[in-house]
Design a protein around this ligand. Structure first.
Ligand code: GAP
Length: 517
């Protein structure tokens, strides 16, 4: 199935099975804002739990906080967001479509990259085992020309952005003949900066109200609480503060479902360290965050690092963990070496000291910070899109049937087990409810008695339930049930008293955490 088709199916499936709904759908929706349904909110909560526990439970020196969305307006001046949290935007005069100029340029560069990859793939095929990619890249004329072009474009773009030379950003688009994907024309407006923060007013009388911002990242809530947490928690460097919360950005181009939203959730951790140790900790967090992703088993080949050419205003070094979404490799998580930029800025703007007394060095300093920052919604999309599968299965009568299954990592599945009485009568429903009553304290279970057992299995497959437990007449005689596993569809007869440990063995977060050691 082509990726675009699959993505459409995933979006439709997300709605049909109560994962994601368009916000305010009965009013025709609100662009780039989404609601999570009964299954989606469970999956989202499990993702958040996996993240927060991996930070706070598994690290003695990381604690969690929950700071407010509204913050003093000066926070955003100090952080640089008022002045620099802009995207360069450009309109195509023919299609009237608006684009981020940087994205147009990056997409163009990616096209050249794809050509390089094709050349390499061809050469690999031709030379077989003797092929040496490194040598080929450094000697093949065509590849060298293409790579040179990429490097020139990226360097020119970086310089133009640093000098705030928006005329040259437009000129890069013109010089490279970049066209509007909708109209096909090169009829562009000038490039201008657009601040992504939403503002609103605090106070009941509008004339007296102060303009405040909806936070565009949760990180600043951590920075302004650095000293509170360090002092009250008696934290010693290195230590981290983790937080999950809503963030808001007035994105110019919001598309690709929940990939780029105007209201979204972030999971961010700021790790405070001694200055000079930032490179070591940057590598540590890069490696650990990659392990966290890989532990889910969605496929190692789906992730890659992408170092930033164009650093954000606060960063010394930055890398993205990119994921192979149905629309290509895109940023899933950012890992940033933020130096002492934020704390120093808050120190300056607030006039309050934000330092750490290091007893080993016997001196005070502003700590450096390594940040890990991931969007919950993007993470949700990786799980949903990768776990969605349509497979053909042969029925007993020889007919081929399509089964739609979400192979969600079991620890993240919204429902862990469905309890299904074969029929309502003969006391089977009562027995099934008895089993449910026993399991429901430990696992999110669902009881279903409507429709044939086959249909009930399909419904559970479609929401990714790892186990279906069927109660039949034999259950009443010998206290056994059949347990059906989602991925293999294998059924096994087991004793009721063993159910809890069987389910736990599959869905416990421990299975994932052990892989992070
Ligand atoms: N504190 C640093 C920071 O906010 P960022 O790269 O702008 O860095 C971090 O954002 C992560 O937040 C991204 O990797 C992405 O997963 C998520 N994110 C950012 N903008 C988003 C949006 N408009 N919709 C959904 N997720 C978004």
């Amino acid at each position: 199935m082509a990726n675009a088709d699959k993505f459409k199916k995933v979006i439709a499936h997300a709605k049909e099975y109560g994962f994601v709904f368009q916000s305010s759908e009965i009013y025709d929706g609100l662009s780039a804002v989404y609601d999570y349904g009964q299954n989606g909110s469970e999956l989202k909560n499990n993702i958040k739990r996996y993240w927060l526990d991996s930070m706070v439970k598994l690290h003695e020196n990381i604690v969690g906080i929950d700071s407010a969305i509204f913050m003093h307006p000066t926070v955003w001046k100090a952080s640089g967001h008022v002045g620099a949290f802009n995207d360069p935007l450009i309109d195509n005069k023919d299609s009237k479509k608006r684009y981020r100029a940087d994205v147009l340029i990056e997409d163009f560069v990616e096209k050249i990259n794809i050509k390089i990859k094709k050349d390499i793939a061809k050469a690999k095929k031709r030379f077989g085992d003797a092929f040496d990619e490194k040598e080929f890249r450094s000697t093949n004329g065509r590849i060298l020309d293409r790579q040179k072009k990429i490097d020139e474009i990226l360097l020119r773009f970086k310089t133009a952005m640093e000098k705030e030379d928006l005329a040259d950003v437009k000129q890069i688009i013109i010089d490279n003949g970049i066209i509007c994907p909708v109209s096909g024309s090169k009829n562009w407006t000038d490039v201008r900066q657009f601040n992504l923060m939403f503002d609103t007013k605090l106070g009941s009388v509008s004339e007296e109200a102060d303009v405040i911002y909806l936070r565009p990242e949760t990180a600043q809530g951590i920075f302004v609480n650095y000293l509170n947490v360090q002092k009250t928690g008696r934290m010693k460097l290195p230590f981290g503060i983790a937080q999950i919360g809503k963030a808001f950005r007035n994105e110019i181009v919001a598309r690709q479902f929940i990939f780029r939203m105007r209201e979204f959730e972030q999971m961010e951790m700021q790790f405070f360290i001694r200055p000079g140790e930032e490179d070591k900790w940057f590598e540590y967090w890069k490696s650990l965050r990659m392990k966290w992703h890989e532990a889910l088993g969605l496929g190692k080949e789906k992730y890659r690092f992408h170092d930033h050419e164009n650093l954000a205003h606060y960063a010394k070094a930055a890398t993205d963990i990119e994921f192979d979404f149905p629309f290509g490799f895109k940023e899933l998580e950012g890992i940033h070496s933020r130096t002492d930029f934020d704390l120093s800025q808050h120190q300056e703007f607030s006039g309050k000291k934000l330092q750490y007394f290091d007893p080993e060095l016997n001196k005070s300093y502003v700590p450096y910070v390594i940040e890990t920052s991931i969007g919950v919604d993007r993470m949700f999309l990786t799980v949903l899109a990768t776990s969605f599968e349509e497979e053909e299965i042969k029925k007993e009568n020889g007919k081929i049937e399509t089964r739609t299954v979400l192979r969600i990592p079991p620890a993240l599945a919204p429902i862990k087990a469905a309890i299904l009485p074969l029929m309502k009568k003969d006391g089977l429903a009562e027995k099934a409810r008895e089993i449910l009553d026993d399991l429901k304290y430990d696992f999110n279970c669902q009881y279903e008695e409507k429709d044939s057992i086959g249909k009930r299995y399909r419904r559970q497959d479609a929401i990714g339930t790892p186990y279906c437990i069927t109660v039949d007449h034999q259950t009443l005689e010998d206290e056994t049930v059949t347990i059906r596993e989602r991925d293999t569809m294998q059924q096994e007869r087991v004793e009721i008293r063993k159910l809890s440990s069987i389910i736990d063995g599959k869905v416990n977060f421990k299975n994932l955490f052990k892989k992070l050691r």
